[in-house]
Write a protein that binds this ligand. Structure first.
Ligand code: TRP
Ligand code: SF4
Length: 438
């Protein structure tokens, strides 16, 4: 199995994806005590994560944390694109500062758009809809990759610690791949890590909410962040906690600094072995590692480093297109666009593939299959906030009480309300956009 961020593959088997790529399951213990978890979280649409424990820690301990995500404007915005922004709006409500990259360089490099085209599309489609959906300007910045010199510089500089073989293995690049495309994952790494530069809020936990197709970029940026660190805090073979200096300059000074920080953190049983470039902490457990690591990371800038913490990520499932394939801007009948008229949307819903039986009679007798139904997916992902109400639809479908025609009409009605609401709110969006652009 391969994850290709630029192909239009659908991913069906999320469990297998998780297992094969080492994505962790987004289990209830990670989110159940967050304030009002969003429906995408409660319903398992967000099925996986990397390092979310870190984010949870920041939320619970009321420490600052950032969200960074990006959009590649390469067509009209549809319900699939809406999911990430629903997630972002939830994180904004619970205190994250929000950073959104418009991936105009990536769209230029990989999709053949001009920077000007992407800019227009980003403004008229995505950003206007984000505002209509409820993204607030407070603690929120949206920027274009091509206009942020720090992002581009980081992309270039951080490229030092990854090599061509790794890029080939991860992305399947070959001799024909154009260099702008080859470089785009590093720009994305620049997006993800730049929020931890002093100028953008400094070293802190960062969450990157994305579709699972973006996982290769997440792995790359986590690896790169780690590779640029000066300290490594880890459990040693004989089960002690060790702080190791990873570079060959300033070893003495870095060890002195670590001793001071460790003492400030309350550890007193320290054993320094300069030849090993190490300090062993006798009175710490592996539980303490994240805290120690973060305290040390924050001091690395004094020695010329970045101290980037590894970014965390959440991965959401993809909403199925109304035709049964992937929801895609290039196949208008598969997607409901946020700029569709209610009439267009209704037509698409009425034509959608359902989990209904071959005849009414059979459906009454054996019930429908909501788990295989795209209309049900619309309720689950988008149209119904109340879990009980959703459960009732599920039950009455399974039991054969509900018939598809009536059910589709219900979905179409809710979709109409949603689209009308978005369209109304989008009217004032253009004049507000400036407040978001950095
Ligand atoms: N590659 C993403 C996409 O295809 C867009 C993107 C650019 C992004 N930079 C990012 C996503 C940073 C998350 C984080 O949609
Ligand atoms: Fe889907 Fe509704 Fe038909 Fe059940 S009744 S299969 S949920 S459309």
């Amino acid at each position: 199995m391969k994850i290709d961020p630029w192909s239009s593959t659908t991913y069906q088997d999320y469990t297998r994806l998780r297992d094969e790529f080492g994505i962790e399951e987004f289990t209830e213990d990670l989110w159940k005590d967050l304030p009002n978890p969003d429906k995408l979280i409660r319903r398992g649409v967000i099925f996986g994560h990397r390092g979310f424990q870190q984010i949870r820690g920041s939320i619970i301990n009321k420490k600052p944390w950032a969200v960074l995500t990006g959009l590649m404007p390469s067509g009209r915005m549809h319900l699939g694109h809406k999911m990430v922004i629903d997630e972002v709006i939830y994180y904004q409500k619970i205190g994250a500062d929000i950073n959104i990259a418009v991936a105009d360089i990536e769209a230029f490099a990989t999709r053949g758009f001009t920077l000007k085209e992407t800019k227009e599309l980003a403004l008229s489609e995505y950003l206007s809809n984000y505002i209509a959906l409820g993204l607030k300007p407070d603690k929120c910045r949206i920027y274009f990759q091509s206009q942020n010199q720090d992002v581009k510089d980081l992309g270039y500089i951080l490229g030092k610690k990854t090599n061509w073989s790794a890029m080939q293995a991860t992305y399947g690049f070959n001799g024909q791949t154009n260099m702008a495309h080859v470089f785009s994952p590093l720009i994305q790494t620049g997006d993800i890590l730049h929020v931890q530069l002093e100028k953008y809020g400094g070293i802190r936990s960062t969450l990157v909410p994305v579709g699972v197709d973006q996982d290769p970029h997440i792995r790359l940026s986590r690896d790169i962040a780690q590779a640029h660190r000066y300290y490594n805090v880890t459990v040693t073979k004989d089960n002690k906690i060790g702080v190791f200096v990873k570079i060959d300059e300033n070893i003495g000074k870095l060890l002195d600094n670590a001793e001071i920080i460790l003492k400030q953190c309350g550890y007193n049983k320290l054993k320094r072995i300069t030849d090993y470039k190490a300090i062993y902490i006798q009175d710490a457990t592996d539980y303490d590692i994240p805290k120690i690591d973060e305290a040390l990371a924050r001091t690395e800038t004094k020695f010329g480093g970045y101290g980037f913490l590894q970014p965390s990520a959440t991965f959401h499932r993809f909403i199925t297109g109304l035709t049964g394939e992937k929801m895609s801007s290039s196949k208008p009948e598969s997607a409901i666009f946020l700029t569709d008229s209610p009439k267009e949307a209704t037509k698409k819903i009425m034509n959608a593939k359902t989990g209904g039986a071959v005849s009414l009679e059979e459906q009454k007798k054996y019930g429908g299959k909501p788990d295989e139904c795209i209309v049900y997916e619309l309720f689950l992902y988008q149209l119904i906030d109340d879990d009980k109400e959703l459960q009732e639809i599920y039950n009455s479908c399974k039991s054969g009480e509900k018939m598809c025609g009536q059910c589709k009409k219900h979905a179409a009605q809710l979709m109409e309300n949603l689209l009308n609401d978005i369209q109304e709110k989008r009217k004032n969006a253009p004049e507000k956009i400036k407040q978001y652009l950095s």
